[in-house]
Design a protein around this ligand. Sequence first.
Ligand SMILES: Nc1ncnc2c1ncn2[C@@H]1O[C@H](COP(=O)(O)OP(=O)(O)OP(=O)(O)O)[C@@H](O)[C@H]1O
Ligand SMILES: [Mg+2]
Length: 236
Amino acid sequence: MSPGVVVDHLVVSRRAHPILHGVSLRVAPGELVGLLGPSGSGKSTLMRTLVGVQAFQSGRVLVDDLPVGSPALRDRIGYVAQSPASYRDLTVEENVRYFAAMLGVEARDASRVIDVVDLNAHRHDLVSSLSGGEINRVSLAVALLGAPRLLVLDEPTVGLDPVLRERLWTVFGHLRDQGLAVVVSSHVMDEAARCDRLVLLREGRVIFEGGPDLLLTTTNSSTYDNAFVALVRSAP
Ligand SMILES: Nc1ncnc2c1ncn2[C@@H]1O[C@H](COP(=O)(O)OP(=O)(O)OP(=O)(O)O)[C@@H](O)[C@H]1O
Ligand SMILES: [Mg+2]
């Protein structure tokens, strides 16, 4: 039994173009892994594979020992896509309750997840009246419905101010502390410091894997931005 995520030699092509060239990845329960890489490097493709919505050509992708796409994994994985969708003409609570019904999760779970993402004060507000950060948190609440063991969050903090980003990372940290495996992609390199481990992709290949400190020492850099640029440039 290997709980968490096991990806071995994953190859994904889209429209005959190779996107991921043999990516391997492990994410343990209680681990927060940051997925970083330039635009187009394959982060969203890898994340879609983890949640079972992306076909792949070869390799092995397991969550809690089950192949992704298995019906039993449906309520064990929470996913926030890069362009998350919620209904703007429904309130926060109506949105979350709607998705709860779709997932077959008890309606009262909606209150719990709204609380976790700190949207209680906006529970009865229309999504159309919320700020960008609040709308992101509605999607995160939906991803937390049920009892997911794996959370896959594709750029959940993009476009948010530093205070809101900090708040969201605190939420991710709490979820990790509760034993969830959490995978977060980001363009903001300073967010690397909040992760237990980093996986850097470039052109569909893993070019670095390790803790944030190792990233700085390996590249002899003082900032994550510099480390990122150094690695992306130096990889063969
Ligand atoms: N529907 C598609 N059909 C064919 N190729 C695609 C499709 N979607 C993405 N790609 C290609 O796959 C590659 C990886 O895209 P992906 O969205 O996984 O990158 P990313 O790292 O998430 O980028 P970003 O940081 O901009 O979100 C890119 O070259 C992209 O052009
Ligand atoms: Mg992406």
